[in-house]
Design a protein around this ligand. Sequence first.
Ligand code: SF4
Length: 436
Amino acid sequence: MKKLYIETYGCQMNVADSEVVAAILSEEYTLTNTMQEADLLLINTCSVRDHAEQRVRARLRELAALKKGNASLLIGLLGCMAERVKEALLNEEEALDFIAGPDAYRTLPQLISRAQNRENPFNVLLSTQETYDDILPIRYDTNGVSAFISITRGCNNFCTYCVVPYTRGRERSRPPETILHEVEDLANNGYKELTLLGQNVNSYSWRNDKENMDFPDLIAAVASHVPHIRVRFATSHPKDISDKLLHTIARYPNICKHIHLPVQSGSDNMLNRMNRGYSREKYLQRVARIKELLPHCTLSTDIITGFCGETEKDHQDTLTLMETVGYASAFLFKYSVREGTLAAKKFTDDIPENVKARRFNEILTLQQQLSLNSNLKEVGKTVEVLVEGTSKRSNKQLFGRTSQNKVVVFDGGDRQPGDLVLVTIHRCTAATLIGK
Ligand code: SF4
């Protein structure tokens, strides 16, 4: 059997896609963790920022050298960068033999056989139907405790700074029975946690003459199907956080009490320019509703600083919104232009780099304080932790997460990954709870 090595960059969607690719090629290839053994090397890429693409280009230069020593080695590029840059990549990067966009993975066997004939093939057609719903992924990049299930693909929101609608196409949802089949497969294989994935997971919608399911219906079906398994979901769009979803989360103890709710900015001026589809006030109303119906639920978010035209007042609005919400954690980014996006066409990237850096440090410093405040509330409490593995710091300690998605490091004794353990928290940092 020939050997396949997959290198995955970017988001969880890409990890889930790489597992689908491994399944599509499993008749001819078996996975290896040793790159030098590979007959086929696939790079699954991200395009969310220019930096992500530059990393891949540097990697391809390194791999060109590897190929010199192994002429039969085939190298293919997958993912958002393949879709954004398209066939030009084959001329720009000598290491590459073929490329396939996120909706073209079923054609990989044909692309590989044409690449073996040195035809430099590519397929970057986007689909309005493809969800790979009949393919059971091969779980190779996992700790055996948690796994991801893609339930939607693509996005229709066209936030002005984002490439995803162009690299992953229009939004489409998978049939619920194929999702429940994958849930069962994970349960039968001993997984203790699953995360439902999508660019806008809570925009999930499945209609046919027999069924009409929205996201609250789906997550309720999943949670009741495997009551002993933790259920998470990411990423939510604030416009689709319904009361129905919040009541559903409250009803099922195995749906984790954590919501990742990207806000991007606290300023209405910026939210309009970003085409986010909600106002500061609307966002805070949803947050207040979450705190009312799910008092023990933590919130995390994504924030972009230094977007085109951002004034000092806009920046202050972001800081005050962060304080009002009290996020437990956040992913913070400085705006970088993405060619082909609406923002690149309509706006000027007019915030100087040093101003972006100063504003970034201010939101980072604030978030570190908010994360510490959130964790300090747990000191002295006993929390339920799903063990994920051994702590990086000491092999006498284990680590895992609470339902609120807080990382806990503790003296675990003879406990194993997959165990649910009650841990008393003695102290904390901004990032970690420490306990026994
Ligand atoms: S919701 Fe906006 S930021 Fe998220 S994937 Fe869609 S276009 Fe991009």
